[in-house]
Design a protein around this ligand. Sequence first.
Ligand code: OKV
Ligand code: MN
Length: 255
Amino acid sequence: LDGTLWLASDIHLGEHIPRTRQAFYAFLDSARAQANALILVGDIFDFWAGDDIALKSPEPWLQEALGQLEKTATRIPLYLMHGNRDFLIRHKLAQQINATLLADMVVIESAAGPIRLSHGDEYCTDDPGYLRFRKIVHNRFIQATFLALPRRLRHRIANHIRNKSKNSHQYKNNAMMDVSAAAIEQAFLENTQVHTLIHGHTHKPGHHTSTLHGNIVERWVLPDWEYDREPVRGGYIEIKKNGVCLHRFDWPASP
Ligand code: OKV
Ligand code: MN
């Protein structure tokens, strides 16, 4: 992946956040003009109950979002990654919009060197409730069973899970909602040649530098976009030969 690479995550596109959708489409316009490739590092969508729903009977907003992604993918390489919400996206959907679905925890060769990428939920190992949920919904057999259900029933189950999740958040503290230091160390130790890790998910954008067995390691956290306020606060990470940079912006731009 030579040249300028842009990464974004946690846009959480959905029916009820029209301003965030517009901000994201404006971002895609800029990416087409300024980046050589774009990687969306998960939770592009707030809800995903199967590719067939999106491909056979998309709601108008979703049809538009997929059209915008496809328009981008015809200009620059577009890569998608799974988030904790849209993990049911399959290669079929990616192919349909000309994008490539990357595996979780991939190492990419960027202009600034090798970088490990993942959505970030896999590092939230201090939240036992979430780990239990993740284990169930990532089970291939359970996924196949869910995907075989009628669409209406899948929507009902997903809505039920979403409502239950909203209530459970009030019992979780800030540390539980962040990555665990041990999980991050383990990721770096998996390949000691890779000193940079980029993820999203925690909605705690930032840049953390530490040393691990004498190596300087860097962790960059992508911002979320989900608050549908005016202006929308978005953000992305840019990678060029001279390094990694976290950008924030307001949309529409503040005067
Ligand atoms: C995704 C999360 C909702 C967190 C359900 C099997 C099972 C898949 C699913 C249903 C839910 C994704 C697909 C959604 C993530 C939430 C709320 C909290 C913390 C099954 C396979 F078990 F029911 F059979 N789901 N949806 N949450 O609405 O997009 O990650 S979702
Ligand atoms: Mn997430």
